[in-house]
Design a protein around this ligand. Structure first.
Ligand code: GAF
Length: 399
């Protein structure tokens, strides 16, 4: 279903990211790549800011992907180029042996960070990488993790390393993001990109890494998950995200538990009495959000997808009022979608900007989009971009 301005519809560009990456690689290097790997962006149906509290998440992979065409080099250099609107931009080559946090900045830090982590696994040879993708950047849909996951699979593939432990790959990618890029993020996004499967949401217990692929077919219920990219930019390196994470860790330590996951909802009031006042909203969000994930999984297992709306609404309210990571654009998108007939809506990802999702009866799609766009136009804000998200395949080798 195409919306006005929905350049973000996956595949809107007639050529798939993997084909584009491969063709650009051949143009740049004069030979075809040894292989092409790709990884998707994600939305999280529910379970926000629970991952670094050892809790539960419920993401699915988007059809939008980042592809990496790659060949090994024998001089230990990492040469990375990225394709933007048909233009190839090359980063300065860097020796894998010289990679350290701070040495590479900008977009090239993401692939370099992955090479830095994998160097410890004995992957010291160089590589030529050419990147192309259609995951909206800066939209809270995990474009950075799609890139990092695709690069990880490419470097492992070039070294003929079996990739049979995806949670381990997710941890390597997390280290690249935390220690090299400098974003203190959890494990939601990488795991979603690597482990999600078509037509399912991934119910993940981040502590044990036990997971369940839960069937998710909104269309069968006459519904869709509408993604609204508010185009309000966000970043997880500028302190707000890290402050929430540190606040949760402090509260867990006051409560004498390993993580806020260990606070049972039945003991929430008692726990709130024991933590400093400023920690209470954080604790309340994490504990109730974990409960909402479990409730959502229960509904999905029972075929009651159409009843998810109130959980999405409660999640948004909690992120807005307790966790305080929403933004005016996200609140307006959520409210306008609801007023136009969405069954529920919430911000997704880390927040402070980025995207919201709405569970929309298919016949209300046009009206929801119209009212969201009108609400933004009224305020003189940039026009949001919308698309219908269908649970898609996780990362893998394409060519
Ligand atoms: C961002 C982070 F990268 C994730 O780890 C997660 O914490 C999310 O925000 C909030 O749920 O996407």
């Amino acid at each position: 279903m195409l919306d006005p301005l929905s350049k973000y519809e996956a595949g809107a560009d007639a050529t798939k990211p993997s084909r584009r990456a491969s063709a650009a690689f051949t143009r740049l290097h004069g030979a075809a790549p040894s292989g092409v790997w790709s990884a998707p962006g994600r939305v999280n149906l529910i379970g926000e800011h629970t991952d670094y509290n050892d809790g539960f998440v419920l993401p699915f992979a988007l059809p939008h992907r980042t592809a990496v065409a790659a060949s090994a080099r024998d001089d230990g250099l990492l040469r990375v180029a990225t394709l933007h609107d048909g233009v190839l931009e090359e980063a300065d080559p860097v020796a894998v042996a010289d990679l350290e946090p701070g040495v590479v900045g900008g977009w090239a830090a993401y692939p370099a960070g992955v090479a830095w982590v994998l160097r410890e696994q004995g992957l010291t040879g160089g590589a030529d990488l050419v990147i192309a993708g259609d995951v909206p950047a800066g939209a809270g849909l995990s474009s950075s993790h799609a890139l990092e996951c695709a690069v990880a699979l490419a470097l492992l593939g070039l070294a003929d390393r079996a990739v049979d432990d995806l949670p381990q790959v997710a941890r390597w990618v997390q280290r690249a993001e935390n220690e090299f890029v400098g974003a203190p993020t959890g494990l939601l996004d990488q795991t979603a990109s690597l482990c999600c499967t078509e037509a399912h949401v991934l119910f993940l217990d981040v502590r044990s890494f036990e997971s369940e692929q839960v069937p998710f077919d909104a269309a069968a219920h006459g519904l869709e998950v509408l993604v609204i990219d508010t185009r309000a930019s966000h970043s997880h390196t500028d302190g707000g995200y890290g402050a929430r994470r540190a606040g949760c860790e402090k509260a867990a330590s006051v409560l004498g538990v390993a993580a806020l996951r260990d606070v049972d909802v039945s003991g929430l009031d008692a726990a709130l009495d024991r933590v400093p006042e400023e920690s209470r909203p954080l604790v309340r969000h994490v504990v109730t959000e974990n409960e909402r994930v479990l409730a959502a999984v229960g509904l999905l297992r029972g075929g009651r997808l159409a009843e998810l709306g109130p959980l999405l609404d409660a999640s948004h309210a909690s992120l807005r009022d307790d966790y305080r990571v929403s933004a005016p654009e996200l609140d307006v998108a959520v409210d306008a979608a609801k007023a136009a007939g969405a069954l529920g809506a919430r911000m997704v990802g880390g927040g402070f900007g980025g995207s919201a999702i709405a569970l929309v009866p298919v016949q209300r799609h046009d009206e929801v989009v119209r009212q969201v766009l009108a609400a933004f136009a009224e305020r003189g804000w940039a026009t949001p971009r919308t698309f219908t998200a269908v649970p898609s395949a996780g990362a893998g080798r394409d060519e």
